[in-house]
Structures are given as C-alpha cells and as structure tokens.
Design a protein around this ligand. Structure first.
Ligand SMILES: C[S@@+](CC[C@H](N)C(=O)[O-])C[C@H]1O[C@@H](n2cnc3c(N)ncnc32)[C@H](O)[C@@H]1O
Length: 297
C-alpha cells in the first residue's frame, strides 16, 4: 500500500492532565463549548517533555519510542501487543481489564502497512491521507465504550480505516452481537477486511457478526441501528445528526469534535432520549469529511 505524505493525526493532544483536562475541574457539559479555555498545542508539547507517558504526536520523538525499543528485537506480535498494553496500563490510559484483553487478542501488527512500527504509541500513515490512530487513543476509546460493548450489543465504527478497532469491537460484543465498520475509501475497506481475516476476529467476519462497508460515515449505517456504541475515528465540525438518531437509548457515542482544536466528546443518550454531553480530553484527528476533500488533502 503506498504511503502518501500526510499529517500524522489521531492522538491525544499532549498535556499535563491536571493542566488541561478540564473535565476534572469544570462541569463541561453545562458550558457552551466556546466558553471552554483552550491551551495551545505548542505550549502543551513543551510541557509534555517532562511527562514520559505523554505522547508527542507527529515526530517519532525519542520519548515516544520508549515503548517500542525494548520489544522490537524479539518476541512475536502477541508479546509486543502485551508489552504495549502494559505500558498503556502503567500510564493510566485505560482501567478495564477487558480493554487489555482485547488489545492483546487483536494484534495491531496485522493492521499496519509493512515496515510500520506497529506498537509505537503514535498514529501512523496508512495511505489516502488517513492514519491508524495511536494505541493510546484506541485504548481510551475502548475504555470509554466498554459498558456499551458487552456481549450481544451493537457497535458502529465510523471511519474504520485499518479495521483494528472494528475487530476489537467485534471480539467484545461476540458472535451474538454486531460490529460494523464504515469507511469512505474503498481501498481501505478492502485492505481492512484482509487485515481482519488474518486476525483473531476472522471467524466473526466469516459468520457475519462483523462487517465493513464503503460509505459516508456521517450518515451512519442504518441497517444495523440502533447502536449501543458508536465510535467516530475522524474529527467532525459538529456531531452528525444521523449518528445521534442511530444511537440506542442507553447508548454512548464517542467522537472527536472540532477543526483545529478538537475535543473528544462523550455523548450518552438517556432512556427518555435526552442527551448528556461531556468532553473527555483534547485530541488531534484527521477530519470527518467527503472522500474528495480528504483525497485532495
Ligand atoms: C484517523 S483515521 C482512523 C482509522 C481507524 N480508527 C484506525 O485506527 O484504523 C480516520 C478514518 O476516517 C475515514 N473517514 C473520514 N471521513 C469519513 C467519512 N465521511 N466517512 C467514512 N470514513 C471517513 C478516513 O478515511 C480514515 O480512514
């Protein structure tokens, strides 16, 4: 797969959590988003130099490669996945044991282009101006959605790219559930299906509880709605209405919202259909846009 030069995105904006994760000090969901204080990324990056668990985004910085180096010499994909998960756990990225289990089961190494350092905590280009999100973002989103990824539940992965997270969802909801990926680049859909076939989610794909489709994810995927869990892997200027409509009462949507400054928002639909919205953290993702716009760069 050709690697086009692209901005490497889909990571948590580096920061000292206590300085910028305002969800811990401000009742975000009661404030209009524009009133939220913002901290420039350059400032955050500077401060994150002192934080060994803080990912440094685009540059393959030596602090980032701390996770990769000890495991690049020996051991198979499973050993490397385990080591990667251990590091994420030490950094407090996730809390549920289910997240550790699924990230060890689905080998990230099967979902990246050849020669890509799969277990490094950084987004990586996958061609077509897209990326595979950083492991810490996958772990964080799985953790946020854990209660809505129980066996038998329905999950939608919008902007499914490599298929990695869709495969994780499928393993979590099991053969009685439904995991659907929707991606607007046909070549990525074909490739993601090949990746899944090599992984431990292959049998779920074969039996039909896991599927990946070409389409505009802003419209969701009504065929398998309503969903207990919806994840969006690209940043939307605003929350697409179709995704809210396709969310089950009791369901949760996790979506990066914004253009340059982006928030990872967590939207819960209550049983009466009303919504609660909060911001989990600041992030940088590629845009949720039209295929033409994305390919134009
Ligand atoms: C940051 S990548 C994440 C991919 C995936 N979560 C992963 O880690 O492999 C965002 C993905 O969203 C896709 N995308 C962007 N806009 C889209 C849209 N309107 N409909 C469907 N997919 C879209 C891109 O092609 C890209 O594959």
């Amino acid at each position: 797969m050709p690697l086009l030069p692209s901005p490497i995105l889909a990571y948590r904006a580096p920061y000292f959590k206590h300085l910028t994760n305002f969800s811990s000090i401000l009742p975000h969901h009661h404030l209009p988003p524009l009133l939220l204080p913002r901290v420039p990324t350059a400032f955050l990056r500077t401060f994150s130099l002192f934080n060994p668990c803080s990912p440094l985004s685009t540059t393959g910085n030596s602090l980032l490669s701390r996770m990769e180096k000890p495991f690049s010499g020996s051991g198979g994909g499973m050993a490397k996945s385990k080591a990667m998960v251990e590091q994420l756990r030490r950094c407090g990225v996730f809390h549920s044991e289910k997240v550790a289990e699924v990230m060890e089961t689905i080998d990230r190494g099967l979902f990246v282009p050849a020669g890509t350092p799969a277990y490094m905590d950084s987004p990586m280009p996958i061609g077509h101006n897209a990326t595979i999100s950083a492991p810490h973002m996958h772990a964080m989103c799985l953790d946020l959605l854990n209660d809505n990824l129980q066996p038998g539940m329905h999950a939608l992965d919008v902007g499914s790219g490599t298929g990695y997270l869709t495969a994780c969802f499928a393993v979590m909801v099991g053969s009685e559930g439904r995991a659907v990926g929707i991606e607007h680049i046909p070549e990525l859909v074909t490739w993601s299906i090949e990746n899944i076939k090599k992984s431990k989610a292959a049998s779920l794909l074969e039996e039909g509880s896991l599927s990946v489709h070409v389409g505009d994810g802003r419209q969701g995927y009504p065929e398998d709605a309503p969903y207990d869990a919806i994840h969006v892997g690209a940043a939307a200027p605003e929350i697409p209405k179709a995704l809210i409509e396709q969310l089950k009462p009791g369901g949760r949507l996790v979506i990066p919202v914004g253009t340059f400054f982006q928030d990872l928002q967590v939207i819960d639909k209550k049983q009466d259909g009303s919504l609660s919205v909060r911001t989990e953290t600041s992030v940088r993702y590629v845009p949720l846009t039209s295929r033409e716009e994305q390919l134009r760069g």
